[in-house]
Design a protein around this ligand. Structure first.
Ligand SMILES: Cc1cc2nc3c(=O)[nH]c(=O)nc-3n(C[C@H](O)[C@H](O)[C@H](O)COP(=O)(O)OP(=O)(O)OC[C@H]3O[C@@H](n4cnc5c(N)ncnc54)[C@H](O)[C@@H]3O)c2cc1C
Length: 627
């Protein structure tokens, strides 16, 4: 029996899913060859961005009932369906119980975890490791898995068609197939950020509290912030909520529910004061109470695959290119879909034939997208009051639920039709100019509306505001400077009638690099692959959205434009040709994450089977010749 080797570089959730699919496909095939799978990752198996050791106040933003690592009957084209426990089922079976806002293993007391609970990400990490143990215990005969707890440094193509994966431990792995699933990386800091970092360090002799934290990685960097500092948090999205939780709950503060449903913050005295700001100055909208069950999604009436195919054909006839313009071709129909969902929630009306949105509904959607459009603010207090009102209104909508509340039903459309949007924009589906505008302008606004944190996070924001520990930046588009004389950061308003400013000691950039910029990478692995010509950056015309180039099977395209049929890139390294890869697999929605790992696993085994059959034929031929 011949032995073939697959190297999985990066073993976070994506690598884990690939291993699960490889094992399932191998079992389904029962082939006449053996398989050795080398997993390369310095971290605990499967955990990736979700280490089990992180603090419990960092929450997943997907409800427990929706996360899974296993296929179900909704999943198509991903190999044999092999069900397994979702995060919810695992957590309950492992004896976790909910005690107020905390979750711990206990024989009695507390309450069972429910499908709509947002669990700590540390539990996600434990779930992934448990899935790994389960997979390894149940591996089919003749499949062997080895975990190399180190970083991969490079991959070379060998003369015999194999690949050599070079590890930083000095080991060189021989592989027939390589899958790159290195997930979230760190792009190089910009020149301006490096300068800011140097200046902030130099000025610490004047203000010892002064710091610039360009990325919260590892999360423990926040522990260096003194309790008497004022911290400016740049960006009010998912990372900001983590930072706020860490600087408050993580410092011993507590949020307590009041009889009116609001939260009150009891300070520990160890927490710094916070200033939160962003371009628009408005926090992400809260995730509404889920009323759709674990697998429920809004099913588009207009923004369908066949409609997207049709509009592509139209564009091809007009321009000779199938590339679409998001603003012109797609956005109006997405807005129509949101208006339809609004009406459906408001009136129950399901008729879609000849549907045209009412001007009133269009105006509501426009206001949701640009809440402060056309508004002027005299003072920073007026701006803060408007932001507070906006957050309060949004929390009220979120309580209403993602089906019953028309606003949340409409904004949830943007989340639920993501696969259709991917179908339209992936692999250079938009024109160069439109792709740029889509990522820079449309996506941030769509995410602000539909990809927020649980509503409790925005209630915490309000409680901190009311406790005087958190303020909002002085108006939209505030300008940030480092005041070298006073050794502090200053935010100047640019849009207020009465100019105002905020000063702070620590600037924390609240963002996670989602697209990998190959030209400026801290990862030696990706740098070496690029320098060695194994990969090239994905380009749409002259636009470099990030990510490495892949074909529609997710095989990497090398520097010469050749598709490497035995090297794959899945997930975040391919964010660029793919859109919105940073989402965990979900239960009962034909998850794209699972489809991609399944397709990759099935192709690898099919290719090995073909190679093995060819070698059998050659052997038989050689034997025949000998006879
Ligand atoms: C802070 C944070 C919170 C998130 N929360 C959620 C959430 O609640 N819900 C959700 O759906 N998604 C969430 N995400 C999105 C996230 O993309 C997915 O949850 C998931 O982690 C993606 O899995 P992955 O394996 O592709 O990447 P990762 O989780 O990033 O794992 C990649 C792995 O590759 C390893 N690696 C990298 N380079 C090398 C190398 N050269 N050699 C060997 N190993 C290497 C890393 O050590 C890591 O273990 C979150 C992301 C972050 C950063």
């Amino acid at each position: 029996m011949r032995n073939y080797r697959v190297a999985i570089v990066g073993f976070g959730p994506r690598g884990l899913s690939l291993l699960e699919r490889l094992a399932a496909a191998y079992r389904g095939l029962a082939p006449g060859f053996a398989l050795a799978v080398d997993l390369v990752d310095p971290g605990a198996p499967g955990q990736g961005a979700h280490p089990a050791g992180q603090p419990d106040h960092l929450l997943a933003n997907t409800v427990a009932g929706q996360v899974t690592m296993f296929t179900d009957d909704s999943v198509r084209g991903a190999g044999p369906i092999e069900p397994g426990p979702s995060l919810l089922e695992w957590a309950n079976a492992a004896g976790y119980r909910r005690f107020g806002n905390t979750f711990k293993q206990a024989r009695a007391g507390g309450a069972a975890i429910e499908e709509n609970d947002y669990l700590p990400r540390s539990l996600l990490g434990r779930y992934f490791s448990d899935v790994f143990d389960r997979l390894v215990e149940g591996l089919p005969p003749n499949v062997v898995v080895t975990h190399h707890r180190c970083l991969a440094k490079d991959v070379h193509r060998l003369a015999n068609g194999h690949y050599e994966v070079v590890l930083d431990s000095g080991i060189r792995l021989d592989a027939n197939h390589v899958v790159i699933v290195t997930g979230h990386g760190d792009n190089d800091l910009s020149e301006a950020d490096r300068h800011l970092l140097d200046r902030a360090q130099a000025l610490q002799s004047v203000n010892p509290r002064l710091r610039f934290i360009p990325r919260v990685k590892p999360f423990s960097v926040l522990q260096s912030i003194p309790g008497d500092a004022i911290v400016g948090i740049q960006g009010i999205g998912l990372t900001a909520y983590d930072i706020i939780a860490d600087l408050t709950i993580g410092r011993g503060g507590e949020f307590h529910a009041q009889s009116d449903g609001r939260l009150r913050y009891r300070a520990s005295g160890q927490e710094p004061r916070l200033v939160v700001f962003s371009r628009q100055g408005i926090p992400f909208c809260a995730r509404a109470t889920n009323e759709k069950g674990v697998g429920g999604l809004y099913k588009p009436r207009f923004f369908t695959r066949s409609w997207i195919d049709g509009i592509r054909r139209d564009r091809y006839r007009e321009t000779g290119s199938e590339q679409l313009d998001f603003e012109r071709d797609l956005w109006p129909v997405l807005v129509k879909e949101m208006c339809f969902a609004y009406r459906l929630s408001e009136t129950g009306e399901t008729e879609a034939l000849d549907y045209e949105p009412l001007p009133r509904h269009r105006a509501i959607i426009e206001r949701l997208l640009f809440p402060f459009k056309g508004k002027t603010f005299d003072t920073s207090e007026a701006f803060a009051a408007a932001v507070k009102q906006h957050v309060e209104d949004d929390v009220a909508h979120a309580r209403g639920g993602n089906v019953s509340d028309p606003v949340k039903a409409a904004t949830d459309v943007l989340r639920d039709v993501r696969d259709y949007l991917r179908y339209a924009v992936d692999y250079g589906g938009l024109t160069e100019q439109s792709h740029r505008a889509f990522l820079n302008e449309a996506v941030p606004n769509m995410y602000r509306l539909s990809a927020g944190a649980p509503k409790e996070r925005n209630m915490e924001l309000l409680a901190l505001f009311e406790a005087g520990l958190l303020s909002f930046g002085p108006g939209p588009n505030a300008q940030l400077d480092l005041d070298e004389t006073r050794a502090c950061f200053v935010l100047h308003s640019t849009r207020l009638t009465e100019p105002a400013s905020r000063t702070f000691d620590v600037l924390v950039r609240a963002r996670t690099d989602c697209a990998v910029e190959l030209g400026g990478q801290t990862s030696p692995f990706l740098r070496n692959l690029l320098d060695g010509g194994m990969i090239r950056p994905f380009k749409n015309g002259a636009f470099l959205p990030g990510g490495l180039d892949v074909d529609s099977s997710q095989n990497v395209v090398d520097a010469h434009g050749q598709v490497q049929k035995r090297v794959w890139a899945l997930g975040i390294p391919a964010e660029g040709p793919n859109f919105c890869t940073y989402v965990l697999p979900r239960v009962q929605v034909n998850s794209r994450f699972l489809q991609f790992s399944g397709r990759c696993a099935v192709s690898i085994l099919a290719d090995i089977q073909a190679q093995d059959a060819a070698l059998d034929r050659e052997t038989r031929y050689a034997e025949d010749l000998r006879v």
